[in-house]
Write a protein that binds this ligand. Structure first.
Ligand SMILES: Cc1cc2nc3c(=O)[nH]c(=O)nc-3n(C[C@H](O)[C@H](O)[C@H](O)COP(=O)(O)OP(=O)(O)OC[C@H]3O[C@@H](n4cnc5c(N)ncnc54)[C@H](O)[C@@H]3O)c2cc1C
Length: 450
């Protein structure tokens, strides 16, 4: 019987690739019009646009780098990062440099951060939550001016209500020493470079999809899976497009609460929810907006989390005299951001455009793209609930949850690929559901690269 993979994002495609390598012919069912998931690309105004630009990080394991090479051949380019963090009116280079930190913060500001971080080493700030963890790692001052406002904006929750695990995953430079090492590092250290496919992040998914088809697998897009077919506690198929498709092994990258619902275990995932995102794209009537690829806005006065410019990723590719910039705007399904028109959102992001130095550029067009499940919300105490939900799914033989949404984990593409490869191998061997549950551990605590 053919294994089925739900979702053609990085995790689902990596799983399908592992199934192909094991000599099987998976059927991948994808709800969207094309493969790629969050890491896909699409065409807009002559540009290739990502759903938020996706850097392929150098932290990928050799196995995942091999997967990238198989999918992309020689089309994987190395690029230097050139971001800037806006802290109110101040600008800090990202990746960090000592000169940039001193220039951006001023001597007094840098000393204040340094002393605050040192004080946190001597007397650990209290608080069993994200805000406390950020303060313990980088000092109360950095927590207050950078991490707390960013957390409120990205997750829509007070930082004291967010789990300490989010601090471990997201406060990347986890100590003053790490910040200084990164600021002093040269060459490729300190996250100064990343891989990016030739045309766009989605090349990875499209290349993988081609390899999977060539190996006998099938990818059916615009085919949302509506449920699982169960015989007792065993998966025997999936329901999609009004029909049942038989399968004794289903790798599922759909959201964990949905999988719990499909298996009659809805209560197990109570309280787990995702933060949503609207991506707004503006075509500007200038050749290039900024020397930086991404502008990050920590403060809440700016509605967008980031401004990115696709020419900064594609090495300048795209029509002359125009540039495409995008904004990540966190929100909740149904709220004022989610329901706003692209024109209204363009007015809301104007302060971000101005801070990035593009306030005078004519706006030639705007398009909004909405993503319901972007970030798992790590509310305090989410861990035992997530584990309980995964335990509940492990009672269902033939089901292999994998990826960002099914494992409810903050991750990067390389983590999603790694867990996809492992889930695909487990499904190919028809390993027991509890055995796959036991193997999930390392994938539940990804260290995020920003
Ligand atoms: C704004 C943003 C920027 C990011 N930037 C980076 C970055 O620069 N570098 C990096 O490494 N990582 C980045 N990430 C993380 C990266 O996007 C994820 O790690 C990765 O996409 C997770 O892969 P996945 O396959 O698990 O999930 P997804 O990419 O979300 O894919 C899941 C797929 O399953 C499909 N699906 C869901 N339900 C069903 C159903 N019922 N039936 C059929 N199909 C279904 C979805 O349509 C989707 O295509 C970013 C994430 C976000 C939100």
């Amino acid at each position: 019987m053919r294994p089925v993979v739900i979702g053609a994002g990085p995790a689902g495609l990596a799983a399908a690739w592992a199934l192909c390598r094991a000599g099987q012919r998976p059927l991948v069912l994808e709800a969207q019009a094309g493969p790629g998931g969050l890491a896909g690309s699409f065409d807009l105004d002559g540009f290739r646009a990502d759903y938020g630009p996706h850097r392929l990080h150098r932290a990928a394991s050799p196995e995942v780098l091999d997967l990238y090479t198989a999918a992309l051949g020689g089309a994987l380019r190395e690029r230097a990062r050139s971001g800037v963090v806006h802290l109110g009116g101040r600008k800090l280079p990202y990746p960090l440099s000592l000169a940039g930190l001193l220039r951006g913060l001023g001597l007094g500001g840098a000393a204040r951060h340094g002393l605050s971080a040192l004080a946190a080493q001597v007397a650990k700030p209290a608080g069993n939550h994200f805000a406390g963890e950020a303060a313990r790692r980088l000092g109360r001052h950095a927590a207050r001016v950078l991490y707390e406002p960013a957390a409120r904006k990205v997750w829509g929750v007070d930082p004291t209500e967010l789990d300490v695990a989010l601090g471990a995953a997201r406060v990347q430079k986890g100590s003053l020493g790490a910040v200084l090492r990164a600021a002093l590092s040269k060459g490729k250290g300190g996250g100064r470079s990343f891989f990016y496919p030739q045309r766009g992040a989605g090349d990875l998914a499209e290349g993988l999809a081609d390899r999977i088809r060539a190996a006998g697998g099938e990818i059916r897009c615009a085919t949302p899976v509506e449920g699982l077919v169960l015989a007792g506690d065993r998966v025997v198929g999936v329901r999609a497009a009004g029909t049942s498709i038989e399968s004794d092994a289903v790798v599922a990258t759909a959201p964990l609460p949905l999988l719990c619902r499909w298996t009659g275990r809805e209560d197990a995932a109570a309280g787990l929810a995702f933060r949503s995102l609207v991506l707004l794209y503006l075509t500007l009537g200038i050749d290039r907006g900024s020397a930086h690829d991404v502008h990050y806005f920590a403060d809440e006065a700016i509605v967008a989390n980031r401004l990115f410019e696709m020419k900064g990723f594609s090495g300048g590719a795209g029509p002359a005299g125009r540039t495409l910039v995008g904004f990540d705007i966190p929100c909740t399904v149904g709220d004022a951001i989610w329901t706003a028109s692209a024109e209204a959102l363009a007015a809301r992001v104007r302060p971000a455009l101005e801070r990035a130095g593009m306030g005078q550029a004519p706006v030639l067009g705007q398009v909004a793209h909405r993503i319901a499940s972007a970030y798992p919300i790590y509310r305090k105490g989410y861990g035992p609930v997530r584990d309980g939900a995964l335990d509940a799914l492990a009672e269902v033989e033939g089901l292999y949850p994998a990826g960002r949404h099914a494992l409810y984990v903050h991750d990067n593409v390389h983590h999603a690929c790694a867990v996809g490869l492992a889930a695909g191998a487990a499904a190919a061997a028809r390993r027991g559901a509890r055995s796959w549950r036991a193997a999930q551990g390392p994938f539940l605590h990804a260290q995020i690269e920003d």
